[in-house]
Design a protein around this ligand. Structure first.
Ligand code: ZN
Length: 226
């Protein structure tokens, strides 16, 4: 039994049932490190789970690669995304659900390093582009670029959430809209919230390296358009 997938799926489904918006989810993740209530409390449980999770073969990136290779061979169009954080995973899930797909499944693997280099080392590829090319799909680097160029500057939490909504939120909506009928989105890592006094920023693969370790995989089959 995969110990990580059901909690992640349950978290996304329950947030959607509550009608949670992107910014609301983003803020709930920021507050979840310290516990919090409601959605933050559920995310806090996931954080605790990731902290104590022992590496298993099923949750390894090698196992993720084997699975996506099968999906690729089965006709699913691959999209390889550099950095898909938990809020963006949620928003992607919400937008895809809204489009009423025939099937939608979310999996999560563990990248202990929280970094692209760790992912590449484990799947034995030279670059994310090579991962995408080998699978016969496309590579998307925009989210990682937004993280480093826009979201890594310390700001008030509300300001950070506004920027996330403008940049991450809009990008994910476009990604969901343009996704081929049968496709999967796989990512190398997520990100964490970090603080400098009253100010917040995003980073991955550094302290706290917790949600950064989450390497999600979303498999979707949209309705065929006749
Ligand atoms: Zn990065």
């Amino acid at each position: 039994m995969h110990q990580l997938w059901p909690p992640v799926s349950r978290l996304l489904a329950s947030a959607l049932r509550e009608g949670t918006g992107y910014s609301e989810f983003f803020l709930a993740v920021a507050r979840a490190y310290a516990g919090g209530r409601g959605l933050s409390s559920s995310i806090h449980h996931l954080i605790k789970l990731l902290e104590r999770l022992q590496p298993t073969p099923e949750l390894s990136l090698r196992s993720a690669l084997l699975y996506v290779e099968k999906l690729g061979a089965g006709g699913y169009a691959p999209v390889v995304v550099d950095c898909l954080g938990l809020p963006e995973l949620y928003w992607l899930y919400a937008k895809l659900r809204e489009a009423q797909p025939r099937a939608l499944a979310v999996y999560a693997y563990v990248n202990e390093t929280g970094r692209t280099s760790g992912f590449l080392e484990e799947v034995r590829k030279a670059s994310m582009l090579q991962v995408a090319t080998t699978l016969g799909g496309q590579k998307v680097s925009s989210l990682d670029r937004i993280l480093h160029e826009v979201m890594s500057k310390p700001a008030q939490l509300e300001e950070l959430a506004r920027k996330a909504h403008t940049h991450f939120g809009a990008y994910v909506e476009e990604l969901a809209r343009l996704l081929p009928t049968r496709a999967f989105i796989v990512s190398d890592h997520g990100y964490d919230f970090a603080r400098e006094g009253d100010l917040w920023y995003l980073e991955h693969g550094r302290e706290p390296n917790i949600l950064s370790k989450l390497a999600p995989l979303v498999v979707v089959e949209k309705h065929y358009i006749y």
